[in-house]
Design a protein around this ligand. Structure first.
Ligand SMILES: [Ca+2]
Ligand SMILES: [Ca+2]
Ligand SMILES: [Ca+2]
Length: 249
């Protein structure tokens, strides 16, 4: 019995180690473009096969401030493509009820910046709260707040996460173009790239798994790791041992 207990404890420790290393992440990259009528926006479909919580961290704006004259200003090529772009992400969650396009009635939440234009939402369908600047910098973000980062909980169902340049209204989302918008290079920046802006979105969770196909991200429960089955079988064996001993006694 001592041996069984030791094995059970060892399996439990193994489970703890695997559990803490079970963080799942998915990063997706995209580019928005300047067109005659404004800027484009991207719609990522998010299929929640189960209810659950995860974090979203956006990386885009490739300067530390919005103005080159600001003390401490610096720029960095965050995605390593040899360019500096100035997409200031404005992001929105919509319910996807199968209707075409994005409707104001299906708008669920907005998160533009860290703790700015990112109101806390808490309904049975969605809860969303901004992460801190330090947390939002985990993906490499260098501007103190432009790139949004938040924790979100969604009920099972289908959603759409919209990535746009600041700022996208319900009417513009419905019309399919961020009207009159342009990418906002820091004032005074020489030869800025203004015809497109790059971004990265990182989804992460300790309990959910992410898979991307095209523009659809499927979110599902992480399968139980092998150690859980091992631990379970050890406990089952422990129970059998106790019962057998009790019968003998
Ligand atoms: Ca770049
Ligand atoms: Ca970030
Ligand atoms: Ca922003």
């Amino acid at each position: 019995m001592k041996h069984v207990l030791r094995t059970a404890i060892a399996a439990g420790l193994a489970l703890t180690a695997i559990g803490s290393a079970q963080a799942n992440t998915l990063s997706v990259d995209g580019t928005l473009f300047l067109q005659a009528g404004g800027t484009t926006f991207d719609t990522w479909k998010v299929a929640m096969t189960t209810a659950g919580s995860f974090s979203v961290d956006v990386l885009a704006y490739e300067a530390s401030q919005s103005n080159v004259a600001t003390a401490g200003y610096f720029a960095a090529d965050l995605n390593g493509d040899g360019e500096l772009t100035w997409l200031d992400p404005d992001t929105h969650w919509y319910l996807d009820d199968g209707s075409a396009g994005l409707t104001a009635a299906n708008h669920l939440a907005r998160c533009d910046d860290i703790a700015n234009n990112c109101a806390t939402v808490n309904t049975p369908t969605i809860s969303l709260v901004s992460r801190t600047q330090v947390q939002g910098a985990a993906d490499g973000s260098i501007h103190f707040r432009r790139d949004p980062a938040f924790d979100i909980t969604l009920a099972a169902g289908n959603y759409q996460y919209v990535m746009s340049d600041y700022r996208l209204t319900d009417a513009e989302a419905a019309a399919g173009i961020n009207s009159g918008d342009s990418f906002s290079a820091p004032t005074g920046f020489v030869n800025p790239i203004l015809d497109h802006g790059d971004y990265r979105i990182t989804f992460s969770s300790d309990t959910l798994h992410f898979a991307v196909s095209g523009n659809t991200i499927t979110v599902s429960q992480v399968p139980l790791p092998g150690a859980v089955w091992l631990f379970g079988s050890v406990l089952a064996g422990f129970g059998v041992t106790v019962r057998r001993k009790a019968r003998v006694a």
